[in-house]
Design a protein around this ligand. Sequence first.
Ligand SMILES: Nc1ncnc2c1ncn2[C@@H]1O[C@H](COP(=O)(O)OP(=O)(O)OP(=O)(O)O)[C@@H](O)[C@H]1O
Length: 240
Amino acid sequence: MLEVKNITKRFHGLLAVNDLSFHVNKGEILGVIGPNGAGKSTTFNLITGVNKPDNGEVILNGENISGLTSDAICKKGLSRTFQVTRPFGDMTVIQNVMVGAFLKTSNVRHAKREAMKMVEFVGLADKANSVARTLSIIDQRRLEFARSLATDPSLLLLDECLAGLNSREVEEAIELIWKVKASGVTLVVIEHVMKVINAICDRVVVLNFGMKLKEGLPKEVMSDPTVIEAYLGKGFAQHA
Ligand SMILES: Nc1ncnc2c1ncn2[C@@H]1O[C@H](COP(=O)(O)OP(=O)(O)OP(=O)(O)O)[C@@H](O)[C@H]1O
């Protein structure tokens, strides 16, 4: 469904992403992990048109989308959530989600209907008219999901959507991720909590210094000495 081919991104001489290639299969949840600064968010930015790769290509359903704007990419069915949620704080939940729906329709009634479906889907129906900035963190995450889903994606990228949640909220968010997958959306998730990666991902790609260090099944990847070393240092790898 998605093919990332040899993408590279430099920021003033710093190689944030270096000749990175991987693919995403339709229907799977692919995890993208790696230590801080490994290039995970930059990779998402390159895929979704926030940044343009210096080299390489991003192919979505056979079409080269590298260089297109984020809006154009989103219209092709690739949406994302951000590490730091960015709701329009003074707008209500439903208004925020309508912003997503307007990408697909200019009809206000249609946008409102579609947005309401998504608000219900993520479990925020009773807060549809609440002002976004009054929401708890978990509800802000739900809102971020609803806003992305309102663009009707076939592929959704989640950038650390569980960060800052307590363990009960993490369970709720995982339920929501399963529900999104069951609705037919393919997912790529950046996540730091290994237990979560293990629980939800079909495959994992590990980044280190902007490059692919490892790729495989979650259990395989997490017991790999080079991955343990990248996260924890050489001493840990030797004792793992
Ligand atoms: N706009 C930018 N300008 C300059 N340097 C950047 C920019 N964006 C990212 N970087 C640098 O690129 C490298 C990769 O950053 P990136 O945010 O992609 O890593 P990450 O794996 O997502 O990290 P984290 O887990 O901490 O979010 C880092 O060294 C970061 O400081």
